[in-house]
Design a protein around this ligand. Structure first.
Ligand code: 5GP
Length: 192
């Protein structure tokens, strides 16, 4: 998606350790008009009428998921990161290792909001090693629901998440795929 690529080029900052900072329009301050265009594009890429729910993970996925939901006319559920899980059987739980924070979270979704009749589109801001998305898939499988696809704003194509998911036959659509980036020169190359 050209609009997003241009914005990453203009306002993105490459940090050591393969981290792309996009705090000025996506991860801290949010450009809602851009989100809206991204939401529209996700609908175009996933025209399936079966999708009846969008699942994301707090916090950065929520804004993008909500923008998309306006075009799918479905609810958004966000998985909650939790320090102490209340194992009362009322929720699905999985473990996710955070790429940016280098720690492990328990992540939960209430059984009230995910079930066997759900056809779920996963949406998130970044795809790196795939831990976040694999965790969400685990929650969906635990619920007996169906994964209809994965929509990502920015995929770092040089990390393993994209191929891990696509090799499992999961449809992954990323609005911008960074082929490589260099924190010393500031160079960013996108895959097309
Ligand atoms: P994964 O679980 O695929 O390794 O990483 C995805 C998650 O880590 C995303 O939800 C995102 O919040 C965060 N993340 C991974 N790489 C980056 C990055 O380069 N920049 C930012 N801002 N977040 C990232």
């Amino acid at each position: 998606m050209q609009l997003l690529e241009e914005r990453i080029r203009r306002d993105g900052n490459i940090k050591p350790g393969n981290v792309l900072k996009v705090d000025s329009f996506l991860n801290h301050q949010m450009d809602v008009e851009l989100f809206n265009e991204m939401g529209k594009e996700f609908r175009r890429l996933f025209p399936s009428e079966k999708i009846n729910k969008i699942l994301t993970i707090e916090a950065s996925g929520i804004g993008i998921a909500c923008s998309a939901a306006q075009y799918f006319h479905v609810p958004v559920v966000f998985a909650k990161k939790s320090q102490s899980i209340n194992l009362d059987g009322e929720q699905y739980v999985t473990r996710i290792e955070s790429f940016t924070h280098k720690r492990i979270y328990d992540v939960i979704v209430s059984k009230k909001y995910l079930g066997k009749d759900d056809h779920v589109l996963i949406i998130d801001d970044f795809l790196a090693n795939g831990c976040a998305v694999l965790g969400l898939i685990d929650l969906i499988k635990n619920a007996g629901a169906h994964v209809e696809g994965v929509g990502i704003a920015i995929e770092k194509g040089f990390q393993k998440g994209g191929s891990l998911l696509r090799d499992q036959g999961i449809r992954v659509e990323s609005l911008a795929i960074v082929e490589r980036m260099n924190d010393e020169t500031g160079e960013i190359v996108f895959r097309h």
